[in-house]
Design a protein around this ligand. Structure first.
Ligand code: UDP
Length: 238
C-alpha cells in the first residue's frame, strides 16, 4: 500500500441497509462499529472524509410502510430516518476516538448542526469527519442525489459508494451467475444500460461536475482503505 492516498477528500455513500447487518430492519450496532472502524482506517491515512448514509433500513418514502401517507410527509419521515443513522454512526466513530460532526439539511439545532457548507469544509480540514444527514432536505430526492450534491459542494475528489458487492455488474451477481463485472464505465453507459449504481439524478450531477464515482464492497475488511489507495477491486465511473 502506498503511503500517499490517491484521494485527498472523499465522500463515502452508504445505504441504510448497509447498517442492518443480518437484521431485517433498523441498526446492528456491532455492524455499525465495524463500518466505523473501516472509516477510521482511512481517516488515519490522512484522507478527509464526509459521509452520506441512507435511511432505507428504517423508512423509505415510497415503501409499503408509507402507503396511505402523502409522499411529501413520507419523504420527510425517510429523511428523519437518515438522521438516526447519522447519529448512530457519529457515536460509533467517536467511540473510536475520531471527532465527528453531523450536519442536517433539515435544521434541528438541539440534535446536530444545520448544514453549512463552509463550516463542513472547515471541520474536515481540522480532521473531523462530517456526516451529512436528512438527504438534500427535499422530498422526491434520494440520498444518492444528496451524496452527489454534497460531494460536489465539498470539492471531493470522488464519491465512494460502499455496496454489498465489489463493483458494478451487468445484472445482480447474487441472482445471475453470468453477470459481467465492469472495471470502468462512463456516466453515459450507466444511464443507457440502466445499471443500478445510483439514481439518474445523482449520475447526471456527477457527470456535469466531472466527479468520479467509485463502487466497491464495504464488506471486505480493509477495502475502503484499499480503494482510497487505488488498490483492490472496484468499478470507476467517470
Ligand atoms: N429522502 C428524501 N429526500 C432526500 C433524501 C432522502 O425525501 O434528499 C427520503 C426518501 O423518502 C427516501 C428516504 O429518505 O426513500 C431514505 O433515503 P434512501 O432511500 O436514499 O436511502 P438508502 O436507499 O440509501 O438507504
Amino acid at each position: 500500500m502506498s503511503d500517499t492516498p490517491v484521494f485527498k477528500r472523499v465522500l463515502l455513500k452508504l445505504s441504510g441497509e448497509g447498517l442492518m447487518g443480518k437484521k431485517q430492519f433498523g441498526l446492528d450496532t456491532e455492524y455499525v462499529d465495524q463500518i466505523a472502524s473501516e472509516v477510521v482506517k482511512v481517516h488515519k491515512l490522512g484522507t478527509q472524509i464526509c459521509l452520506v448514509i441512507g435511511g432505507g433500513n428504517i423508512f423509505r418514502g415510497i415503501s409499503d410502510a408509507a402507503a396511505g401517507i402523502d409522499r411529501t410527509s413520507a419523504d420527510h419521515m425517510g429523511m428523519l430516518a437518515t438522521v438516526m443513522n447519522a447519529l448512530a454512526m457519529q457515536s460509533a466513530l467517536e467511540r473510536q476516538g475520531v471527532q465527528t460532526r453531523v450536519q442536517s439539511a433539515i435544521p434541528m439545532q438541539s440534535v446536530c448542526e444545520p448544514y453549512i457548507r463552509r463550516r463542513a469544509i472547515r471541520h474536515m480540514e481540522k480532521g473531523r469527519i462530517v456526516i451529512f444527514a436528512a438527504g438534500t432536505g427535499n422530498p422526491f430526492f434520494t440520498t444518492d442525489t444528496a451524496a452527489a450534491l454534497r460531494a460536489v459542494e465539498m470539492n471531493c475528489d470522488a464519491i465512494l459508494k460502499g455496496t454489498q458487492v465489489d463493483g458494478v455488474y451487468s445484472a445482480d451477481p447474487k441472482k445471475d451467475p453470468n453477470a459481467q463485472r465492469y472495471d470502468r464505465l462512463n456516466y453515459k453507459e450507466v444511464l443507457t444500460k440502466d445499471l443500478k449504481v445510483m439514481d439518474a439524478a445523482a449520475i447526471t450531477l456527477a457527470r456535469e461536475n466531472s466527479l468520479p464515482i467509485v463502487v466497491f464492497s464495504m464488506h471486505e475488511p480493509g477495502s475502503f482503505a484499499n480503494v482510497v489507495n487505488a488498490q483492490g477491486l472496484f468499478t470507476v465511473i467517470k
